[in-house]
Design a protein around this ligand. Structure first.
Ligand SMILES: [Zn+2]
Length: 497
């Protein structure tokens, strides 16, 4: 993620000057217990910065796709006993997407996972993506991160978080990295944060077991490794941070191959999945390709590739072309392309649904919110549909219809920042200021920014006081309760500095 270089550098310096040599961590009964809670808290600091990063991307369609793979891997890790119930309960197990085009995925302390769209862009099958996620997941379940952190335990949590963020920034543009790691001490420690060769082999072995248990094709691991190694050979300019943190070598590839041969092969390798191909198309367009890149994607739909190649390839090309045309503000071209996409996906239920969602998204982007809303079944309970329909209703002047659906949604998913944000917009449209401010506070809580949340809760309390007896008493009392809860989270954070 592109972490702003200057403030982060400043944070590092501040940490050097102000932090005590040894962190005062809360003492619990069991030493390993403490490590789990300390790792989780450290992860929260890092994750909070990742949410603030301009590269962080909240995309319900890609989120759902990645989450489906991730959920299957977690279930397999539980079945195999790799994921203990303690870690399961206390870690976040959330994947954060970044729209950087570098090929990178990384595990953060506390069970957060960063996945850059650049990595999604180079995959051909879902199995390849699953292989990378399974490998990262295994670094966490095998407590590799905890071991690296223990080696650094003389550092205060704030310093450690700054070092991790510096290491992540180093995976981005070289300039940002240089600014961040200017301090020699920080650089030396950052090097110690790299996984050892043994850890890499263990993550490969455990990850292999997890991904195959989850029903993914192990061939994905072999082809992904080969792809990463090839990229490294072609690009020696440091734009592949995944390889720096997870050095790929022929030995690891050979091990993956031999494991894969031990598994009974499926009779024929299945053709790449249509939905995966569409998700790669989406990822490529959303990972900031620039105007020329967008034009190239849009033009590909009429190029030789689209005419000659396989159905899965065509579908991916059409999806990317339709989305790119929308980004280029060419709605007529986009709707022609999405019609071709719908014809090309007919007969495949999952692919048709993905194409229909895109059609609704394009209608909304073209300013036709009423038509977009009409394309989505109001009873559909999938997150992308719920979010898109809510957005379309708010934009077409039907905020009163959007709010109840979103209220139900956040009751079930209280940490869904986007749902809170839409709910806030729906309340604003209806003139319900108090509820709108509270929704904005909840967006900040979901992104772990408790100070920003507190500022909004206080603003809401001011509004409630000023409106006196005529206000929304139930909402005002909810706000007081939530403000107290967040205040205690803030106090906890202040203690562990
Ligand atoms: Zn690794």
């Amino acid at each position: 993620m592109r972490l702003r270089a200057a403030p982060l550098g400043a944070a590092l310096m501040a940490a050097c000057l102000l932090m005590p040599a040894r962190a005062q961590l809360p003492t619990l009964g069991d030493p390993s217990d403490m490590a789990v809670s300390a790792e989780r808290k450290l992860g929260e600091r890092v994750a909070r910065e990742l949410y603030r990063d301009p590269d962080y991307i909240n995309d319900p369609v890609l989120d759902e796709y990645v989450l489906e793979i991730w959920t299957r891997l977690l279930a397999a890790a539980r079945t195999r006993g790799e994921l203990t119930s303690e870690l399961d309960d206390r870690f976040a197990w959330q994947v954060l997407l970044g729209k950087d085009r570098v090929i990178n995925a990384f595990a953060v302390p506390g069970g957060w996972m960063g996945l850059q769209l650049g990595l999604v862009n180079v995959t051909v099958t879902r199995d390849e993506l699953a292989a990378v996620l399974a490998h990262e997941l295994s670094h966490v379940t095998q407590r590799h991160i905890s071991r690296l952190m223990t080696q650094q335990s003389r550092q205060a949590p704030m310093m450690l978080a700054a070092i991790i963020l510096g290491a992540l920034a180093a995976g981005k543009s070289p300039d940002a990295a240089n600014a961040v790691i200017a301090g020699g001490q920080a650089l030396a420690m950052q090097n110690q944060l790299n996984f050892s060769r043994d850890m890499e082999r263990e993550a490969d072995r455990v990850g292999y077991g997890v991904m195959t248990q989850a029903g993914f094709d192990a061939q994905g691991m072999v082809s992904m490794f080969e792809k990463l190694q090839q990229s490294a050979r072609l690009n020696d300019n440091g734009s592949f941070p995944y390889l720096r943190t997870h050095p790929m070598n022929t030995e690891r590839i050979a091990e993956a191959q031999s494991r894969q041969q031990l598994q009974a092969r499926a009779p024929a390798a299945p053709a790449p999945d249509l939905v995966h191909s569409m998700m790669v198309g989406r990822s490529r367009v959303l990972s900031n390709p620039g105007m020329d890149g967008l034009r190239a994607y849009a033009a590909e739909a009429d190029g030789p590739q689209a005419a000659a190649s396989d159905r899965w390839r065509q579908v991916g090309i059409l999806y990317a072309a339709a989305l790119a045309s929308t980004k280029l503000r060419e709605p007529a071209a986009a709707s022609r392309l999405v019609a071709r996409l719908q014809a090309a996906t007919a007969g495949d239920a999952r692919a048709s649904r993905t194409a229909k969602l895109l059609a609704a998204e394009l209608a909304l982007a073209a300013g036709d919110a009423t038509r977009a809303a009409g394309m989505i079944d109001p009873a559909d309970n999938h997150r992308p549909e719920v979010m898109l329909l809510s957005q379309a209703r708010i934009q077409s002047g039907r905020a009163a219809d959007a709010a109840p659906r979103l209220q139900t949604w956040v009751a079930l998913h209280p940490r869904d920042a986007q749902a809170w944000q839409l709910l806030g917009a729906a309340y604003t449209a209806q003139g319900q200021t108090l509820r709108a401010i509270r929704a904005e506070a909840e967006v900040q809580v979901a992104h772990l920014d408790y100070q920003a949340a507190m500022d909004r809760f206080k603003a809401a309390q001011d509004v409630a006081r000023k409106s006196g007896g005529g206000g929304d008493h139930i909402e005002a009392s909810i706000i007081d309760t939530r403000a107290r809860a967040v205040a205690s989270l803030l106090r906890e954070q202040a203690l562990e500095r």
